[in-house]
Design a protein around this ligand. Structure first.
Ligand code: NAD
Length: 256
């Protein structure tokens, strides 16, 4: 039997400090629904500022800690700090990520390693630390962000290194889900299509948004709220029978 959710519970989000990003919107969306919030982002002050804003607006507990997700020791320190300050961590959402528009023949070893370190290893480091605590409580939810670019082979702003790392997130999630299911932990992936944030080299013009939407079934690109709502479902108590899955929130760009 899965252990029930504690009434007072925390979600830790990596990559939730950028002002127009999916992470910050998701942190607000979840706080509105009663989750206490921990934020890990590169800049300690920015992570703490977003946490303060969330606590003030939603009346929940929130804390922020700085860490580069590519640095395992730093991630573990940040998680320790948040765990000490907040109620039981029931969920982790891995949103920290970088884009990589470099064509394959121009990819250097440094670019390959930078993107893999953040978008793939970073998901492993944060997940590993979070599930170590979750197994002690017998309950946990992990959601990690992939991308339609992993499923369709690029075709968005980012190219091969990004696609490879984001495809890795899917295989990683399925395997850890299989290993930890009997301990009450679910792991799933949300795979967005193009979302209106600043990750694709700055704010998108209307023209670029129209071009990006042209391929999909729905006539628009996505919003951070579209992704936040999917994450909220997958970390909810009611999603306890869903694990190892990839939920595509992409306007029908990739049907699978
Ligand atoms: P964003 O650039 O607005 O946010 C990324 C966040 O990650 C920022 O807060 C940034 O500071 C943080 N970050 C970057 N490198 C980090 C590191 N090394 N350590 C800790 N934090 C780090 O981007 P976004 O569009 O909100 O993207 C969020 C996630 O969604 C990413 O994983 C991205 O790949 C994925 N995604 C985005 C889109 C899109 O179209 N926007 C599409 C598919 C997938």
């Amino acid at each position: 039997m899965a252990t029930a959710f504690p009434e007072s519970r925390t979600v830790v989000l990596t990559g939730a400090a950028s002002p127009r990003g999916i992470g910050r919107a998701t942190a607000h969306f979840l706080a509105e629904r009663g989750w206490h919030v921990g934020i890990i982002d590169l800049d300690d002050a920015a992570a703490k500022a977003v946490a303060a804003e969330i606590a003030e607006q939603h009346g929940v507990q929130a804390a922020g800690a700085g860490a580069n997700v590519a640095d395992e020791a730093a991630v573990r320190r940040a998680f320790d700090e948040l765990e000490a300050a907040l109620p039981q961590v029931v969920a982790l959402v891995n949103l920290a990520g970088v884009s990589s528009p470099v064509p394959y023949l121009e990819v250097t070893a440094d670019e390959w390693n930078r993107v893999m370190d953040i978008n793939m290893n970073g998901v492993h480091y944060a997940t590993r630390r979070a599930v170590e605590s979750m197994v002690q409580h017998g309950v946990g939810r992990v959601v990690s962000l992939s991308s339609v670019s992993a499923q369709r082979g690029g075709g968005t702003f980012s190219k091969t290194v990004y696609s490879a790392a984001k495809a890795g997130v899917i295989g990683f999630t399925r395997s850890v889900a299989r290993e930890l299911g009997h301990q009450g932990i679910t792991l799933n992936v949300v795979s967005p299509g193009p979302i209106d944030t600043d990750i694709m080299g700055g704010t998108l013009t209307d023209e670029r948004k129209t071009a990006m939407a042209a391929d999909g079934v729905l006539p628009r690109i996505g919003t951070p709220r579209d992704i936040a709502a999917a994450i909220a479902y997958l970390i909810s108590e009611d999603a306890g029978f869903v694990t190892g899955q990839t939920l595509n929130v992409d306007g029908g760009l990739y049907m699978h």
